[in-house]
Design a protein around this ligand. Structure first.
Ligand SMILES: Nc1ncnc2c1ncn2[C@@H]1O[C@H](COP(=O)(O)OP(=O)(O)OP(=O)(O)O)[C@@H](O)[C@H]1O
Length: 309
């Protein structure tokens, strides 16, 4: 059980999203192949993997920007292709890395766009909407920026405003591509805790493995478009897997607060993981393990399919 209040799982047994055998290729090159995973309602799934692994592409399939070549994506047991655009927008909100230009809008007006799927063609913002907007701005720490021009916000403030817009949208599934990218450490933790606590099913790509370990109920590890490991942070974040997939040497311990894996990275890899482990202070590390460190029970938990050597 988590020691951190607010980090206990909200997940229920109801299936929010089910992805089976999803593949996509472009110009004859396979970008995603045979991806399988599911997310329970209220769960937070982190999609991790090296640059170019296919994280953003997978998310694009989930929010219908890309149509996969094969496979099935079901949202609450309904094929996502069966939703009208407006119905899909009521169910799914998306926060992307590249913030579009909104030159003319204040922060509050930007957040109000989240209400659009719930409004008729001439729907005006009413008092209840204004409460929702104020509440979302407060949650992301932007109350004092409500009247400021959105374009004049910092990168991290823009990111938080986009998250507030997604909260106002009241989706059942929230998809985020690297939401912590522009955020300082305080807001990285605060925003991930917020996403974890709002009771919405969340799927997010994330590079910071320690943050993913602390905040996500489950993780899907991609490499070169394939699902390599899928399960709890304990099952996915092993020294061996991190060594093999990211090419770095890591030592894993239990985080003193939340109990999930805490990753300590080693430096000195000018020649890469394969050749670097005998150099300097790296002596004594091999294949991602400290000599004499018997983690063998842990090695293959969470692996999908064959070993990866
Ligand atoms: N429309 C496209 N046409 C050609 N190649 C594409 C297209 N979309 C994605 N790719 C390729 O697919 C691979 C996966 O890209 P993707 O952006 O999904 O990776 P990622 O895991 O999100 O990477 P990063 O961590 O760097 O953001 C990359 O090699 C990318 O060049």
């Amino acid at each position: 059980m988590s020691l951190v209040s607010g980090l206990t799982s909200n997940s229920t047994s109801e299936l929010a999203l089910d992805v089976s055998d999803l593949s996509w290729q472009v110009d004859g090159r396979s970008i995603l192949s045979h991806i399988n995973f599911s997310v329970s309602a209220g769960e937070m799934l982190g999609i991790i993997g090296p640059n170019g692994a296919g994280k953003s592409t997978l998310l694009r399939c989930l929010y219908r920007y890309i149509q996969p070549d094969c496979g099935k994506i079901q949202l609450f047991e309904r094929d996502i292709a069966d939703f009208t655009s407006k119905a899909f927008a009521r169910e799914v909100a998306v926060v992307l890395q590249d913030t579009p230009q909104h030159f003319e809008l204040t922060t509050a007006q930007l957040v109000a766009i989240g209400l659009t799927p719930h409004k008729g063609p001439f729907g005006f913002t009413n008092a209840a909407d204004r409460v929702l907007i104020a509440d979302a701005l407060e949650k992301v720490g932007l109350t004092d920026k409500a009247s400021q021009c959105y374009e004049h916000l910092s990168g991290g403030e823009k990111q938080r405003a986009l998250i507030a817009r997604a909260i106002v949208q009241q989706p059942k599934l929230l998809i985020l591509d690297e939401p912590t990218n522009h955020l300082d450490i305080r807001y990285q933790i605060q925003i991930m805790e917020l996403l974890h606590s709002i009771g919405i099913t969340v799927i997010t790509s994330i590079h910071d493995l320690n943050l993913a370990s602390a905040m996500c109920d489950s993780l899907l590890l991609l490499e070169a478009g394939k699902g390599i490991a899928y399960g709890t942070p304990q099952q996915v974040l092993t020294e061996e897997t991190i060594g093999q997939v990211f090419g770095v040497c890591a030592q894993i311990s239990q985080h003193p607060q939340h109990g999930n894996p805490q990753i300590c990275y080693y430096y000195g890899y000018e020649n890469g993981y394969e050749n670097g482990y005998e150099k300097g202070h790296m002596k004594g590390h091999k294949n991602g393990f400290l000599k004499g460190d018997d983690n063998s029970d842990n090695k293959h938990h969470g692996h999908l399919g064959e070993n990866h050597d």
